[in-house]
Design a protein around this ligand. Structure first.
Ligand SMILES: C[S@@+](CC[C@H](N)C(=O)[O-])C[C@H]1O[C@@H](n2cnc3c(N)ncnc32)[C@H](O)[C@@H]1O
Length: 316
């Protein structure tokens, strides 16, 4: 069963985002066009699973953060691409790379198709099938930090913790990280009972001092087979620059331990492959030897036959 959590309190108001992202002068995103994209997504039955409020705050934050770094936008967990289309629209407006990541190749394909159908595909849209760990193995953002990362992938406690640690370790300078499903709960213990997104976020960040709540506020009522905990917001915006340095050390230790485990596993696999290769080589050599020795006997036999024939010839 779900354990009751203490009510959560936040210290930063949404309006303070302008100060945090030094964007007081900037206008908001082009809501009219974004609304058209949302409408089309609905017609295609590929709309975002998130609330309109959450989407608007996410896009507003992106519009304000995008001028801070020249790096890309990263979206993790895309489903059918409802939010991806809107992010693609802003990435095109700001001539920015966007990475769209999901573990499911099927959802990546659906999102790609929707982006094409909405006429939003451009040369800076990249798709990646995998998780954040495998993504960061292939992409390095040390020189050019992303301007924003939107996380809505694995909602288990350990999944969220892993994603957040990877972000803080690989891209500590990202100005804004948006995390969906903060207050999400399942009340069916057979289905991912360990699900606790807010627990994972608060365990890593230490408190709410670097978080702003966004989207609707949970009222504890059920939607489908899950509900949003009373008093908990749908999502949060994390400002890594407001985190205590110790938080980054935790993320570093977590990723170092994970990569150690990965190396041991990799080493074991390489060792097994090498062993198998050697075994195969041995079998091949044995076969070759038996073949060679057989042909040597044949040759020797032929040589003896030839000598016997010469002897016979000389005797006559
Ligand atoms: C709730 S949906 C995302 C909804 C989407 N953001 C939207 O606005 O409609 C979760 C998605 O995360 C993907 N996912 C699950 N675990 C993941 C992981 N570890 N890394 C990346 N994607 C993951 C699922 O395949 C699914 O498409």
């Amino acid at each position: 069963m779900i354990q009751n959590q203490m009510p959560v309190e936040f210290n930063i108001e949404y309006d303070e985002i302008n100060v945090l992202l030094s964007s007081a002068e900037l206008s908001g995103p082009d809501i009219e066009n974004l609304e058209k994209i949302r409408k089309k997504s609905k017609e295609l039955e590929k709309q975002s699973l998130t609330s309109t409020e959450y989407q608007s705050s996410t896009l507003d934050a992106l519009n304000k953060a995008i001028h801070l770094h020249g790096g890309p936008i990263i979206e993790l967990g895309v489903y059918k691409g409802g939010l991806s289309c809107q992010l693609c629209y802003l990435s095109k407006q700001h001539d920015r790379d966007i990475y769209i990541i999901d573990v499911s190749s099927e959802y990546i394909e659906m999102a790609r198709q929707q982006i094409i159908d909405q006429g939003l595909l451009h040369s800076k849209v990249h798709f990646f099938v995998g998780n954040l760990c495998t993504f960061f193995e292939e992409h390095n953002f040390q020189l050019l930090p992303p301007c924003m990362i939107v996380v809505d992938g694995d909602h288990s406690y350990f999944g969220v913790r892993e994603d957040l640690c990877n972000i803080l370790f690989h891209t500590p300078d990202v100005p804004v990280v948006v995390l969906h499903d903060f207050g999400l709960r399942y009340d069916n213990s057979t289905r991912r009972a360990e699900n606790n997104v807010s627990g994972a976020i608060l365990d890593i960040t230490g408190d709410t001092n670097a978080l702003i709540p966004i989207g609707f506020l949970g009222d504890g009522t059920k939607r489908d087979d899950c509900y949003f905990q009373k008093g908990y917001p749908e999502g949060v915006i994390l400002f890594p620059s407001l985190l205590k340095p110790a938080v980054f050390s935790v993320a570093y230790s977590y990723c170092a331990a994970a990569s150690q485990k990965f190396l041991v596993k990799k080493h074991k696999t390489e060792h097994t492959n090498l062993y198998n290769e050697l075994q195969q080589q041995k079998e091949h050599n044995a076969l070759l030897c038996s073949h060679l020795s057989r042909s040597r006997w044949i040759k020797t036999g032929r040589r003896i036959g030839f000598l016997k024939w010469i002897g016979k010839f000389l005797n006559t």
